[in-house]
Structures are given as structure tokens and as C-alpha cells.
Design a protein around this ligand. Structure first.
Ligand code: IPM
Ligand code: MG
Length: 359
């Protein structure tokens, strides 16, 4: 029996709706497998701004530093969009959490569930009925964290953001990608823009260095523009993708839509040890908040990744994934993945049915 302390950050928009369902699913797993998950809820993002004037209160950060893992919903919304960057939920809370907790490795698996293959916008002859790509996104470096500012230029005001990577940062994330590939189909595609950018030249050189330690893994390189095209032209080319913070942000949204809905994709943000933060890759969707229509599956699968990566509970993680597959096979759909002939359910009902399957 395990005892695990989880800091829960529901955040904004649909965050509270979807995280509640992931917590229910974890409860069900706890009951069945005899584990105790202790949830410690804290404010983050716009919710924290409204309550205490800052997007990441000290007591939230402290709780995040002193727990076994973090479950996060989403942050942000139009209400807080006009604040200065460092006060906005995105930079002031999410990016700060990633940085302060050293969560440099962001794993974003894009998997097509057989039952949902018709939801993919890609033609059936290209996508088939399966797709399994793992995007490994560098999360604490690059342009998100480089020097930035405003200055007076030749034509008036200018703004700039610097993309910088150290060899250390690239090698560290490349190692994560190669290790993951060893457990999968042993292929890594590194995405860069080394035909133009210095930072990408260093990126490519460092990845090639790391590849020497993994002779069994087949490595190829793609420029990001080509990769964006190949993802829709021939998605099956990809097994593990490794890329920078900003390219990973873009490519992972594209990969998610290929699987049918952004509402399905979980993520894990990891540091060197077992500690991690788990969140859906989608945003806070303020327009549908509280309406009981958001898809909780990405968050539920994120909880599954938590069990696997932070707690080493593989059977339990398998049980969550199997439950999601079963529920989809049985035809239950939230509105974002609904198609004729299936059964439309709300956020709560979807969470309940998945929890049921685990029991
Ligand atoms: C993501 C999001 C964030 C990012 C935003 C909300 C800052 O798009 O996790 O992909 O750009 O990293
Ligand atoms: Mg994004």
C-alpha cells in the first residue's frame, strides 16, 4: 500500500471541471489497489490572482516543492490577458512552476484510440487505425526563458526574445528522448531549424553526440517546417520526436489534433528524479467552463502518467488507460469527440463511467 501526497492545482476555466474527474478516477484506483492519495488543493493562475493578487502564491509554490507530484488543470483566460507578462497566469504561474521545479522534460504522447480513428482530420488511408507518437519537448530553456525586452530601434519601438540553448540542456533532453525510444520503436526524430538558427546548429550537434550512446536507435533530423508538413503527410514516420520548447509547443498541438481532439492528450513534465507535474496539453477553454461539457480524458490520462512516472505504479496506470479505451469502445463521447451513433455524455458522466470501469 502506498501513501502519496499530490498537490492539486485546478486553475482556471475548465480546470476545476476536468481535475475533479481525474481526482475521482485516482480515488477509484486507490480503493481498488489499496493506495492512499492525499490531495492538497492550492490556488494557481487567474484563480490565485483573484483571491490574492498574484498568479503563483508562495504557499502554492511551497506545496508544489513539498509533495510527491502535482496534478494541474489549466491556467489563463481573457480576464487576465491584459496584465503584464510576469503577472499573467501563463508566465507568472505555469512557466515559473516549470522553471522553479526544474521540470525540463515534457512528455506528450499522441495516441489514436481505435474507436476515435474517424475523428482524425487525416484521411483513413494515411492514418490507419493507430498512431503512437511521443513528443519530448524541452521545457525550461529556449525562447520561453531567454533574454527579452523592448528597445528603441531604427523604426521606433522594437521587442525581442532570445532563443538560446546550452549543450548541457540539449544533451539532457536528448537523453530523455533516446531512453524513451529504447522502450518503444527505437526511432528518434530531432526537430530543429539548423538551416537558419545558430541555436539549432548546436542542438543538432549535441543530439548527434548523445545518439552515439544509443547505437540501436535510428536517429533522423528534420527542419521544423518540413516536420509540420510530414506530420500530416506521413505521421507514421514518427516514433519519438525531440525538440525545443517553442517548436515542441507548436508540434504537440498539431500532433494532438491529428489524433482527433486536443481534449485527449495528457502530459508529464519531469525533472531528474521521480517528481513531476501532470497536466492536459490543452488550455483552460474559458468559453465552456463550468458547463459540464469539457472532455476530462486528457487530465485523467495525465493522472495515469503520474502513477507510471512518479509512483512507478504501472499496473494502476495500465488500468486507467484500459478504462479509457473501454469507455470509448463502448461509444461514450464528450461533445468534442462526438459523432453520430455514439452516446453523448458530459464531463461528470464521462469521469463517473471511467471510474466505474476501474472498480
Ligand atoms: C502548453 C501551453 C503553454 C506553453 C502556455 C499556456 C504558456 O501552450 O503547455 O503547451 O506555451 O507552454
Ligand atoms: Mg501549447
Amino acid at each position: 500500500m502506498g501513501n502519496y501526497n499530490i498537490t492539486v492545482l485546478k486553475g482556471d476555466g475548465i480546470g476545476p471541471d476536468i481535475v475533479a474527474e481525474a481526482m475521482n478516477v485516482l480515488e477509484a484506483v486507490g480503493k481498488k489497489y489499496n493506495h492512499k492519495f492525499n490531495f492538497n488543493e492550492k490556488l494557481v493562475g487567474g484563480a490565485a490572482l483573484d483571491a490574492c493578487g498574484v498568479p503563483l502564491p508562495d504557499d502554492t509554490l511551497e506545496a508544489c516543492k513539498n509533495c510527491d507530484s502535482i496534478l494541474l488543470g489549466a491556467v489563463g483566460g481573457p480576464k487576465w490577458d491584459n496584465l503584464p507578462s510576469n503577472m499573467r497566469p501563463e508566465a507568472g504561474a505555469l512557466l515559473r512552476l516549470r522553471k522553479e521545479l526544474g521540470l525540463y522534460a515534457n512528455l506528450r504522447p499522441a495516441i489514436i484510440h481505435k474507436a476515435l480513428s474517424s475523428a482524425s482530420p487525416i484521411k483513413p488511408e494515411i492514418i490507419g487505425d493507430s498512431l503512437d507518437i511521443l513528443v519530448v519537448r524541452e521545457l525550461t530553456g529556449g525562447i520561453y526563458f531567454g533574454e527579452r525586452g523592448h528597445r528603441e530601434g531604427k523604426y521606433g519601438e522594437e521587442a525581442y526574445d532570445v532563443e538560446a540553448y546550452s549543450e548541457f540542456e540539449v544533451k539532457r533532453i536528448a537523453k530523455t528522448a533516446f531512453e524513451a525510444a529504447m522502450k518503444r520503436n527505437k526511432r528518434v526524430t530531432s526537430i530543429d531549424k539548423s538551416n537558419v538558427l545558430e541555436s539549432s546548429k548546436l542542438w543538432r550537434k549535441a543530439v548527434i553526440e548523445v545518439a552515439k550512446d544509443y547505437p540501436e536507435v535510428e536517429l533522423d533530423h528534420m527542419y521544423v517546417d518540413n516536420a509540420a508538413m510530414q506530420l500530416v503527410r506521413n505521421p507514421k514516420h514518427f516514433d519519438v520526436i525531440v525538440t525545443s520548447n517553442i517548436f515542441g509547443d507548436i508540434i504537440s498541438d498539431e500532433a494532438s489534433q491529428i489524433t482527433g481532439s486536443i481534449g485527449m492528450l495528457p502530459s508529464a513534465s519531469l525533472s531528474d528524479g521521480a517528481f513531476g507535474m501532470y497536466e492536459p496539453i490543452h488550455g483552460s477553454a474559458p468559453d465552456i467552463a463550468g458547463m459540464d461539457i469539457a472532455n476530462p480524458i486528457a487530465t485523467i490520462l495525465s493522472a495515469g502518467m503520474m502513477l507510471r512516472y512518479s509512483f512507478g505504479l504501472n499496473a494502476e496506470a495500465d488500468a486507467i488507460e484500459a478504462a479509457v479505451t473501454e469507455v470509448l469502445d463502448a461509444g461514450y463521447r464528450t461533445p468534442d469527440i462526438y459523432s453520430e451513433g455514439t452516446t453523448k455524455v458530459g464531463t461528470k458522466e464521462m469521469g463517473r463511467i471511467i471510474s466505474e470501469k476501474i472498480k
